[in-house]
Write a protein that binds this ligand. Sequence first.
Ligand code: MV4
Length: 459
Amino acid sequence: MFKKLLVANRGTIAIRIIRACRELGIATLAVYSTADKEALHARMADEAVCIGPAAAADSYLNIPTIISAALTYGADAVHPGYGFLSENGDFAEACRRSGLNFVGPQARHIRLMGDKPRARRIMIRAGVPVLPGSEGKGVTELREAQADAKKLGFPVLIKAAAGGGGKGMRVARDDKELARLFALARAESEAAFGSRTMYLEKYLEDARHVEFQVLADQYRSVVHLGERDCSIQRRHQKVLEEAPCPLITARLREKMGRAAVRAAQVVGYSNIGTVEFLLAPDGNFYFIEMNTRIQVEHGVTEMVTGVDLVRESLSLAMGERLRLKQRQVSIDGAAIECRIYAEDPDTHLPSPGVVSNHHPPGGLGVRVESALYDGYRVPVQYDPLIAKLIVHAGDRVATLARARAALREYLIDGIKTNIPLHLRILDDADFQRGSFSTRFLDRFENHERVNEVARAAAR
Ligand code: MV4
């Protein structure tokens, strides 16, 4: 086993990784920015080192500083968590070149799946269904996009080749929109990823966003742990996720699971990963991308399968063989995760501040992964995700009731959170019936308040 692991992250995922290491007897080294001196992850780890100023570019994204912290403090492994450097091939490579075990896939798999048109080409060759879209290496010019749109027919979705998670995505419904939105999306992609390469896909309306968890060892064994339904998103920020997907039959799970395993297997992937699909109302499904990291929502899969995904990622990174066989995987009951954001539930503006009267819920089947404590100041500089409430029970109805009860018990003063939004979603009749799509949250929007905020920002 590793002796000392540097956690190259902050917040709830850093805490999750520290807990797993503690169980396994691995010493932990936290890194923190000057804005995170008082952060729980830095306090919980066996050792902690400041790696720079608040700006993530100068701390949590600074590869040389993180590597030298690992070497100086005698770490033998690095876990990137999610976000930050987790899908940066150069970071994985720099770790390995420095003799550090990177807890994740090989740099080449991070790079391959980060290039979305290339991932599409590979999946097509492997017989994994993808949506009709741009062929080859993607497009940089409007006339190329226009030619692709003509072939595909509107509506099309404009996506960034280097993107993922919906950043820089735009739906175009006719030629005029395409001209305007292509330039916009390309400028966004250039600013966010330094890449002008885009690709188009036929836009699938009223689909479900269903992702499969896969585990792969270094000897080409791959298993899947079933799926998560992540359709409830706002501006491509997931709000709530559940496992299993309430629409999927055991038969469809097997079929999609086989496609997910194939996606990992054809590229020789190792460690844990997530294969994202869109599930159409007619039951057809399409690969959209693969995430080469642990995901925020991994906890719901853990609850229904009993598999500790962080522990698995560590042992796979050490070169151990997968002990789990596909036939040993079973889905027990249902789990839901409510992401708790430090934001105003009406305007979605961040709500930093000092936490008081903090009382997280508890009880049977209630798991809270939280970075909060009384007196903690939520910094403004980072993602507003401050806690996750993960609830598990025997079936979906019981899980929703338990989640509702837990949310009502959850006390956090000093900052605003989206807990009221979660309660509204759980009370929604369509949500309860499992009848929703990726457009579900649109009708929950307080348009008046959001517009007010937009007008104020424009002044
Ligand atoms: C799509 C799509 C429909 N058609 N692609 C969003 C995250 C990224 N990984 C892929 N995503 C989507 N890709 C095609 N061709 C729908 C989504 C999508 C979505 C779109 C709008 C609003 C909410 C959404 C939630 C999940 C997925």
